[in-house]
Design a protein around this ligand. Structure first.
Ligand code: ZEM
Length: 290
C-alpha cells in the first residue's frame, strides 16, 4: 500500500521542470499553422483559459478552472464557448504527450504560456487543479454577453468576485485575437497587432472615433478611419461608464501599470475556486520565443 492507502503504484509527482516542458511544447507549437487566424493559437488559448475560469460563482463556490468541465456537453455547447474546440483540440496532443497533467491545469498553463509568448507580462502559475466529471458542468449564462452594457458586466464580474478596476484590467485581453462570424457572430480584431499583448485596446477605445458597423450581423462598432477594427457593445461600456472610464484612461496612458494589474488579475481569474494545498509552489515559466 502506498501513502494514500491504495494498492496502485505511487503516482508520478511532477516538478517545475516537468511543467516547464509542457510550457515549451505549447510555446513551440503556437505558430505551427500559419493559416490559423492571425498566425497564432495564442489568442484562442487565452480565451479557453478565461472561459474555463470565468464560470466561477463566489457565493456557491461552483464553476471556475478547477474541473475543466467544458470538455463535456452541455458546457461545451454553451453559446459563449462556440469555437473553443479549436483550442481544446490544439491541446489534446499535449495532454497525450504529458498524460500526468490534468486538463484543468493544462488549459490554464496554456493561457499563461500564450500571454507570456505574446509579449505580455509574467503570469505566475500554481499547479494542482483536479478534473471533474460532467455533473460539475456549470449552467449556461455565467459568461458575459457582448451585446450588453455596464450593469450586466458588473453583475457577471462581481459574481466572480471582481471589482471595477479588475473588470477593466481583464478586458485589456481584447488587445488579442478577433471575433469570428461562425463563433460569436461578431467580426474582426480589436487592434492592429492581435498576436501581441499591449495596452492598445484602451488607447484605441479612447482615441478612435467609433461608429455602428452597417451590416446584417449583430450590433458592433467599427473605427471610422480604417473600418478594419471592432468594438463590442460591452467594450464600449468601458468608456461610457464614468468609473470604468477612469481605469481605461489610466491603462491607456501607462502600459507598465496595465501589465502589472493585468498579471495580478489574470492570476486571480485563473485560480478562482481552486483549493490549492498549503505548500503549493508558485512558478514563473521561462519564456521560449519572447
Ligand atoms: Zn473576450 N470575447 N469577452 N475576453 N476574448 C471574444 C474574444 C476574445 C467578451 C466577449 O463577448 C468576447 C474577456 C472578456 C470579455 C478574449 C479574452 C477575454 C469574443 C469573440 C467575444 C464575443 C469570440 C469569437 O467570435 O471567436 C465579453 C463581453 C467580455 C466582457 C468584458 C476577458 C476577461 C478575457 C481574458 C482575460 C480573447 C483572447 C479573445 C479572442 C479569441 C480568439 O479566438 O481570437
Amino acid at each position: 500500500l502506498n501513502q494514500q492507502g491504495s494498492a496502485l503504484p505511487k503516482v508520478f509527482k511532477p516538478k517545475f521542470e516537468d511543467y516547464q516542458a509542457v510550457y515549451n511544447e505549447i510555446a513551440n507549437r503556437l505558430e505551427e499553422n500559419e493559416d490559423y487566424d492571425d498566425g497564432s493559437y495564442g489568442p484562442v488559448l487565452v480565451r479557453l483559459a478565461w472561459h474555463a475560469s470565468g464560470t466561477y460563482d463566489v457565493n456557491t463556490k461552483t464553476g471556475g478552472s478547477n474541473g475543466a468541465t467544458m470538455r463535456f456537453s452541455p458546457e461545451s455547447d454553451h453559446g459563449a464557448n462556440a469555437g473553443l474546440k479549436a483550442a481544446r483540440d490544439f491541446l489534446e496532443p499535449v495532454k497525450q504527450k504529458f498524460p500526468w497533467i490534468t486538463y484543468s491545469d493544462l488549459w490554464i498553463l496554456a493561457g499563461v504560456c500564450a500571454i507570456q509568448e505574446m509579449l505580455g507580462p509574467d503570469v505566475p502559475y500554481r499547479p494542482g487543479r483536479q478534473d471533474k466529471d460532467v455533473s460539475a458542468c456549470t449552467p449556461d449564462g455565467r459568461l458575459p454577453d457582448a451585446a450588453q452594457g455596464q450593469d450586466h458586466l458588473r453583475n457577471i464580474f462581481y459574481r466572480m468576485g471582481f471589482n471595477d478596476q479588475e473588470i477593466v484590467a481583464l478586458a485589456g485581453a481584447h488587445a488579442l485575437g478577433r471575433c469570428h462570424t461562425d463563433r460569436s457572430g461578431y467580426s474582426g480584431p480589436w487592434t492592429f497587432s492581435p498576436t501581441v499583448l499591449t495596452n492598445d485596446y484602451y488607447r484605441l477605445l479612447l482615441e478612435e472615433k467609433w461608429q455602428w458597423k452597417k451590416w446584417n450581423g449583430p450590433k458592433q462598432y467599427e473605427d471610422k478611419k480604417t473600418k478594419s477594427l471592432m468594438m463590442l457593445p460591452a467594450d464600449m461600456a468601458l468608456v461610457e461608464d464614468k468609473k470604468f472610464r477612469e481605469w481605461v484612461k489610466k491603462y491607456a496612458a501607462d502600459n507598465d501599470l496595465f501589465f502589472k494589474d493585468f498579471s495580478n488579475v489574470v492570476v486571480k481569474l485563473f485560480e478562482l475556486g481552486v483549493p490549492f494545498p498549503e505548500d503549493t509552489p508558485q512558478w514563473v515559466f521561462k519564456r521560449v520565443n519572447a
